[in-house]
Ligand binder design. Structure first.
Ligand code: FE2
Ligand code: FE2
Length: 150
């Protein structure tokens, strides 16, 4: 991905994960379990890597530059934890070929991520970008490196 700053990069990543989740739900709905298994593993990898880039790089930078340690980033970390648990439930349902489970956990994960991503995109990313100032390119490079680490 070639983007100018981390907010655009992470927003594009949100969209890509939404699309992966959508594809997975369709595949499971159609009973294509081989495709659904592979999609679910790709989704889990990408969501966990996205969370790692935020938790290991972006949130510490946000906390250091704004001085806010117990606020927005703490809420975001808690929501990541909820999403990790839902992802595990979703993968268990996919590997168990449990169509109802995939529907339920997939819907719950979709709603959680939509609300979470909206808060990041509307509040946390713009604030982090404003506080980063001239160090934004360096922060962007570190975020991309963490996101794309295997
Ligand atoms: Fe996040
Ligand atoms: Fe995010």
């Amino acid at each position: 991905m070639t983007t100018s700053s981390f907010d655009k990069y992470l927003m594009a990543d949100h969209r890509a994960c939404d699309q992966q989740l959508g594809a997975l739900r369709k595949q499971a709905g159609a009973g294509d379990w081989a495709a659904a298994r592979s999609s679910s593993q790709a989704l889990q990898h990408d969501v966990l890597a996205h969370f790692a880039a935020e938790e290991d790089v972006l949130f510490p930078a946000f906390e250091a530059s704004t001085g806010m340690r117990g606020g927005p980033t703490q809420v975001m970390r808690m929501e990541h934890e909820e999403a990790r648990l839902l992802l595990e439930d979703l993968l268990a349902a996919v590997f168990g070929q449990d169509a109802d489970g995939v529907r339920g956990h997939g819907e719950a994960l979709l709603i959680l991520l939509q609300q979470h991503n909206m808060k990041e995109e509307n509040i946390l990313y713009p604030t982090a970008l404003a506080y980063a100032g001239s160090s934004a390119p360096e922060l962007t490079a570190q975020i991309i490196q963490r996101r794309e680490a295997v």
